[in-house]
Design a binder for this molecule. Structure first.
Ligand SMILES: *[C@@H]1O[C@H](CO)[C@@H](O)[C@H](O)[C@H]1NC(C)=O
Ligand SMILES: *[C@@H]1O[C@H](CO)[C@@H](O)[C@H](O)[C@H]1NC(C)=O
Ligand SMILES: *[C@@H]1O[C@H](CO)[C@@H](O)[C@H](O)[C@H]1NC(C)=O
Ligand SMILES: *[C@@H]1O[C@H](CO)[C@@H](O)[C@H](O)[C@H]1NC(C)=O
Ligand SMILES: *[C@@H]1O[C@H](CO)[C@@H](O)[C@H](O)[C@H]1NC(C)=O
Ligand SMILES: *[C@@H]1O[C@H](CO)[C@@H](O)[C@H](O)[C@H]1NC(C)=O
Ligand SMILES: *[C@@H]1O[C@H](CO)[C@@H](O)[C@H](O)[C@H]1NC(C)=O
Ligand SMILES: *[C@@H]1O[C@H](CO)[C@@H](O)[C@H](O)[C@H]1NC(C)=O
Length: 387
């Protein structure tokens, strides 16, 4: 698998490094949106959230395509959850893995938000953390901005003086918080994002670096709205977040990435008392779980859903799309999932095997605040009670 990655990387170096024109290799949209994903089918044993990620059989009302052809991925806001139980939610991962040389475009109309709500659209390698992680969309509770990040093994740093419009946080991508960048473009998260008609994120996973752009609905460039079989990224300008390869050897720290969409509740970031208190007020012990998750659930769960127009993957060519073992993926080569068979969808129970080491350590790495909590001896009160 290493050698396959190395080969693709070399190929990218030779002819893909300065490519501005990428070909559609996979599309998740419309009635076929969920065809090529695996449902987690287990309680959240990754970030200690108070949810059970349903399997596909039990995802009927939580992961579906609505009458407008939009994919809805949501927290269960209709079930009564007795004290000490978890609420149903969804975590899905693409069956396809995408090598260096990929551009993902995500068009969203609504992102989950509300007290206790912790959504993310992100990517990870088959072997976490050695194959890296890219957090494209992530936030907690009533935060009003999106926080992007890379997570890697030691040796990958965010560059100083980078050409990016976002606000850079820590520079070491191997620390628990990762190397973060906060979005500055208005209306990029929460209620404001929804009221503004949503927007588009584009992520370029390239040998020259990793770059994330965001545009609100009214400002989406024609190169995206008119993109069908290919996309030209040359006019996109400064990204919101940039991690150039000058201080992070991308092929060394990132293997082929699969996309992940999930929504958890409370857990290692949203549920940390100080984090919860920052936007949701009362941080008394257990408030995140007790005030939101149990009984009929907080009314705020009416906003705990993704509404996605599409996710598209463009690449230097279709050889960039591989299976978990690095072999070529048959669903690539510009075959939109909406026309592919449904055989890719896993209906079996159990967590996706590709979860690898994406364990509690992953949770820690994705949640800066937990270390504050650990230091303060504050973790555990809710964990012991609600899990
Ligand atoms: C894919 O791109 C690589 C790098 O540009 C190239 O070496 C390879 O021949 C291409 N494969 C196909 C099927 O076009
Ligand atoms: C991009 O690539 C596609 C497919 O190879 C081609 O049809 C199109 O003309 C190219 N566009 C540009 C601007 O080079
Ligand atoms: C899961 O789905 C099965 C089959 O449709 C159904 O019998 C069961 O009640 C569901 N369970 C939950 C917890 O939704
Ligand atoms: C960025 O600047 C900080 C502070 O001077 C320094 O510690 C760090 O090593 C620099 N990062 C890089 C990638 O040069
Ligand atoms: C939950 O909702 C049901 C139906 O609206 C209502 O009868 C019940 O009192 C609620 N239970 C709690 C604990 O809020
Ligand atoms: C559940 O959420 C949906 C939106 O996802 C909303 O339309 C509905 O009113 C909510 N139901 C309850 C009982 O809050
Ligand atoms: C899906 O989950 C439900 C509820 O936990 C369980 O009853 C059912 O056996 C699972 N189905 C599969 C195919 O694993
Ligand atoms: C989470 O649960 C699944 C299913 O039981 C298991 O395969 C996986 O190893 C667990 N992961 C962790 C980090 O405990």
């Amino acid at each position: 698998m290493k050698s396959i990655h190395a080969f693709a990387t070399l190929a990218a170096l030779v002819s893909g490094a300065f490519a501005a024109n990428f070909t559609l290799v996979q599309e998740y949209s419309d009635t076929g949106f969920f065809d090529s994903w695996t449902f987690y089918g287990n309680y959240d044993n990754l970030t200690n959230g108070d949810v059970t990620y349903v399997n596909q059989t039990n995802a009927t009302g939580l992961a579906y395509v609505d009458s407008s052809g939009h994919a809805i991925i949501k927290v269960d806001n209709t079930s009564f959850v007795p004290y000490n139980d978890k609420r149903n939610s969804v975590r899905i991962t693409t069956n396809d893995y995408f090598e260096v040389g990929t551009v993902w475009v995500i068009d969203a109309l609504h992102l989950p938000f509300g007290c206790s709500v912790w959504p993310s659209i992100w990517t990870k390698g088959n072997n976490w953390p050695s194959n890296g992680e890219i957090d494209i969309i992530e936030g907690v509770n009533l935060m009003t901005y999106n926080q992007m990040a890379l997570h890697t093994e030691p040796g990958c740093l965010a560059a100083n003086g980078t050409d990016e419009t976002g606000q850079q946080g820590g520079g070491d991508c191997s620390v628990p918080a990762g190397c973060t960048v906060i979005e500055n473009t208005p209306n990029n998260y929460g209620q404001a994002f929804a009221d503004n008609g949503g927007g588009v994120w584009a992520t370029q996973f390239d040998v020259t670096g990793i770059y994330i752009w965001f545009w609100g609905r009214a400002n989406i460039p024609p190169s995206i709205t008119t993109a069908t079989d290919s996309i030209d990224i040359s006019s996109w300008g400064s990204p919101s977040a940039a991690w150039p390869a000058t201080s992070c050897n991308i092929p060394q720290f990132f293997g082929a990435q699969q996309l992940v969409i999930d929504i958890t509740l409370c857990g290692d970031w949203a549920g940390v008392p100080s984090v919860y208190a920052a936007t949701c007020g009362d941080a008394s012990t257990g408030a995140c779980y007790l005030d939101n998750v149990i009984n009929n659930g907080t009314a705020q769960y009416a906003n705990a859903y993704f509404e996605l127009n599409y996710i598209r993957a463009f690449a230097i060519n279709s050889t960039v799309v591989v299976n978990a073992d690095g072999s070529p993926a048959s669903s690539g080569a510009g075959t939109p999932s909406s026309t592919a068979s449904t055989s890719g969808a896993s209906t079996s129970g159990g967590a996706d095997a590709a979860g690898g080491k994406n364990s509690g350590a992953a949770a820690l790495a994705r949640s800066p605040a937990v270390w504050v909590a650990v230091a303060a001896g504050a973790v555990g009160a809710l964990g012991a009670m609600a899990l």
